[in-house]
Design a protein around this ligand. Sequence first.
Ligand code: NI
Length: 145
Amino acid sequence: MVYITRKATFSAAHRLYNPKFSDEENERIFDKCNNPLGHGHNYVLEVTVAGHPDPDTGYVLDLKELKAIIDREIIEAVDHKHLNYDVPFLRGIIPTVENLVVVFWRILESKLPSGKLYRIRLFESDANWAEYYGEPVEVKVQEEG
Ligand code: NI
């Protein structure tokens, strides 16, 4: 098996907040990330696809094609957006880096023409990131507050 990775970047705002918690609880749990008007990150997204190189092209999946899929399905929707308000597929989802990798996986998994999605890694900063390998997890859609 060979693993290929395409990296993409986007900038976005978010606020960590759950409408079912009181203002005090939101403040205690999410601290600075609960800032009412949000705050921003320069995200780095890595998408890794596993497969066997095609005998005629040598490609698991043409990286140009992987770039185009990531741009079309993810980056165009999230870049320079507020993740809590502007992105239909994140509606009601607390936009932590953990939840984002799972949602991105679900979008990308079925869009690959060859190879198999292996890992999604998302850096929120140099020090903080999440990675996901597709095991079943729940991402809850919160009731609007
Ligand atoms: Ni943040």
